[in-house]
Design a protein around this ligand. Sequence first.
Ligand SMILES: Cc1cc2nc3c(=O)[nH]c(=O)nc-3n(C[C@H](O)[C@H](O)[C@H](O)COP(=O)(O)OP(=O)(O)OC[C@H]3O[C@@H](n4cnc5c(N)ncnc54)[C@H](O)[C@@H]3O)c2cc1C
Length: 192
Amino acid sequence: MANVIVVGGGPAGLSAALFAQKNGLETTVFDTDQTWLHKAHLFNYPGIGSQDGTAFLETLRRQAEGFGVERVDAEVSDVSESGEGFTVTADGEDYDGDYVVLATGANRDLADTLGCEFDGDIVDVDVTMETSIEGAYATGAMVRAEEWQAVISAGDGAAAALNILSTEKGENYHDFDVPADADAVFGGMAGE
Ligand SMILES: Cc1cc2nc3c(=O)[nH]c(=O)nc-3n(C[C@H](O)[C@H](O)[C@H](O)COP(=O)(O)OP(=O)(O)OC[C@H]3O[C@@H](n4cnc5c(N)ncnc54)[C@H](O)[C@@H]3O)c2cc1C
């Protein structure tokens, strides 16, 4: 099974990790906990009436971990292509991934280090969030000059993960669940 390394644990990175791990890809998130969510109060996240950004982050972290995402509190200092995949260096240790998702907010240094093409100041990606380097994705604030909103970053992360899943499965992949899936998990208690 392919594995995915995500750099950055804000809405973009955690959303990518949630979608990837939920659908069977082994996913690790490296993060230094400097997400802008800590400064935010969300009134504009659909489905969330009003919530403190840090509280939202805690829920999102638990949601991702609930599906098995591994979160590592460490700064990634380097990322490079290696063989078929990528090597990420964090706290002096090397980690190998088949795919890498960069989600480092407004900091675009790692995309530069990896050799991704830029469009002016922002990382150049296609609609699936793939960079000029196959298998390397960039998501959230780092690919946008202005649209810096949590829901947009989360959407970028989801798009990246779904494209990785489509690549792995060889056909367009849809992460669709139905009420019976919730019944199977919660024994008919879903939504109560
Ligand atoms: C004052 C303020 C108020 C805001 N209010 C709202 C609001 O009301 N509604 C809304 O939708 N948005 C709001 N935002 C914007 C919102 O918080 C951002 O759009 C969103 O957090 C961006 O998500 P992201 O995942 O792209 O990046 P971030 O949330 O910035 O996450 C990036 C993560 O990557 C980590 N990281 C960076 N480099 C490395 C590295 N080398 N190794 C490991 N980890 C690394 C950082 O520590 C951070 O945790 C607000 C922002 C601010 C500043």
